[in-house]
Structures are given as structure tokens and as C-alpha cells.
Design a protein around this ligand. Structure first.
Ligand SMILES: [Ca+2]
Ligand SMILES: [Ca+2]
Length: 226
């Protein structure tokens, strides 16, 4: 909630500042995005393709300079090789979440974890699509990586909805739902399925006495072999 509010304030201020000039397009490589356009940036190191050497997973929450709130921000997700001997690692893959999904994207977060225990890490990216500081509409994508330049998206879906304090949502429709992965159960599926847990705490505007838990099995193929 607090992060979304910060994002919206920054967007409002940036819009005022850039109202009279055409924004410069952000560079295609997120490592080249100017510091003043970066709200936050994260680097995670993991062996994504399971070949024994590490790659860098880069996430940048950026301001595009566009005035419209829907396109004022972008979340960049990228895979690059590690820097070595003063040379920047090769850029293998970039995904711009707002551009790719056609929905607003801000407050992106990544988790890099080997879901099936085969030695190669999978990527879980989540981001907020809400343009209101009073609501959360977090979406997620999960990628398996056989080839660094072509990660496979194996799942996407709602990660969190929180409209408890949203004046735009009628009171009887307000809810709070969070999803996560049951990592232990997922690992036992050996790459053939992901087990998702949904926790509903508020439904129909009412806080539930006991959160409603739902377990969902999603058939996937995390490994390109076997
Ligand atoms: Ca690797
Ligand atoms: Ca794996």
C-alpha cells in the first residue's frame, strides 16, 4: 500500500515536470536506464538454465516520463550474463511488463527459486496493476528457463487483490485475497505441476473469522527434458 502511494506521488510529480516536453523513450537495456528514471532496481544471481554457471536477473521499476498514469511506469525484467573483467555481461532477454501485457505495471518484485529441484532456477515476477493508492491488483508470471534468450512462461494469474479500503469498490464487493506457492508440495511434483495456495481473508466486505484456504494444482512443464 505504502509503496503504491509513493509510486503514484512520484508519477504525479514527474507528470507535472514533464508536461511541456515530449518524453525520451527508455533504452531497451534496463542497465542503461538513467538513475533519475529508476524508482528501484534489483539484481539476483542464479543459475537459470542449469548449466552450472550463474546469470543475473535484473528487475527495474522505471518511470517512462509519459503523462498518462496507465503508461507512466514500466517494469523491466531481464536476464544478463555476469560482468567479468570490466566487461558487461551479455543481455539475453528483456520483458517490459506493461508493454507486454497492455496493463499498468509498477512495484515489480522478483523471486528466483528452483521449484522442482533440478538445479535450474525458475523466475516468479509479481507487479501491481492498480492505479489507485487505495487498492492492490497484483499479477504474477512464472517462467522456466531452458534457453536464456527464450524463457517459457508456464503460468500467469492474480497474485493479490486488496480492495478493503478502496472507495471505488462498493462495500459488499470488497475483498482481500493473496496467493503464494506451496514450495514443498511443488518440489514433490518434480517439474510436472505447481501447487498454488490462495488465502481469502476478506470477502463480501467482511473479514472472515478464519481465512479461506484453497489449494490449486496447475499442470506445467518446468523441464524441457524428462
Ligand atoms: Ca547458467
Ligand atoms: Ca528448476
Amino acid at each position: 500500500m505504502r509503496k503504491a502511494l509513493v509510486f503514484l506521488l512520484v508519477v504525479a510529480t514527474a507528470s507535472l515536470a514533464s508536461a511541456r516536453r515530449k518524453p525520451a523513450e527508455l533504452p531497451p537495456d534496463p542497465r542503461d536506464i538513467p538513475a533519475e528514471a529508476q524508482l528501484s532496481s534489483t539484481r539476483s544471481f542464479a543459475d537459470l538454465d542449469g548449466n552450472g554457471s550463474r546469470e543475473v536477473l535484473i528487475l527495474v521499476n522505471a518511470l517512462t516520463g509519459h503523462e498518462a498514469a496507465r503508461s507512466a511506469s514500466e517494469v523491466f525484467l531481464a536476464i544478463a550474463g555476469e560482468d567479468a573483467g570490466g566487461t558487461r555481461g551479455e543481455l539475453f532477454w528483456v520483458r517490459r511488463l506493461a508493454e507486454a501485457t497492455g496493463e499498468p505495471a509498477h512495484d515489480g518484485e522478483i523471486t528466483v527459486v528452483d521449484l522442482d529441484g533440478d538445479g535450474g532456477s525458475e523466475i516468479i515476477v509479481t507487479w501491481d496493476r492498480s492505479l489507485s493508492a487505495d487498492a492492490v491488483d497484483r499479477w504474477a508470471e512464472i517462467f522456466a528457463v531452458d534457453t536464456l534468450s527464450r524463457p517459457r512462461r508456464v503460468w500467469d494469474g492474480q497474485w493479490e487483490i486488496d480492495t478493503r479500503r478502496d472507495p471505488a469498490t462498493p462495500a459488499p464487493e470488497r475483498q482481500w485475497l493473496q496467493r503464494d506457492i506451496d514450495y514443498g508440495a511443488t518440489r514433490r511434483q518434480a517439474g510436472k505441476a505447481i501447487l498454488l495456495r490462495t488465502k481469502q481473508r476478506v470477502l463480501g466486505g467482511e473479514m472472515l473469522d478464519k481465512p479461506k484456504l484453497t489449494l490449486e494444482r496447475v499442470d506445467v512443464r518446468l523441464r524441457s527434458y524428462g
